[in-house]
Design a protein around this ligand. Structure first.
Ligand SMILES: [Zn+2]
Length: 81
């Protein structure tokens, strides 16, 4: 019997401080890369999607960020937008 599943792994890329467009606070935002993989017998094998997510530490608002924008924000140490 084969056991298939989905696993998601979050990698924190960095913490950026910039004004949140939801709550208006200049607050740390955590930028995370979420990779989902199909797993077989609990071993992640085939990547099926990668998302970049930005979470405000004050209001908890989460947005999808395009990959190039996320990577630029991390390498330049700037906020998004
Ligand atoms: Zn916020």
């Amino acid at each position: 019997m084969l056991i298939f599943g989905l696993t998601a792994r979050d990698t924190v890329l960095g913490t950026l401080v910039f004004p949140c467009n939801n709550c208006g606070n200049t607050a740390p935002h955590h930028l995370v890369r979420r990779t989902r993989k199909i797993s077989l017998f609990f071993i992640p094998l085939i990547p099926i999607s990668t998302k970049y997510l930005d979470t405000c530490s004050v209001c908890g608002r989460v947005i999808d960020v395009p990959r190039d924008q996320a990577e630029a924000a991390v390498t330049q140490g700037q906020g998004l937008r």
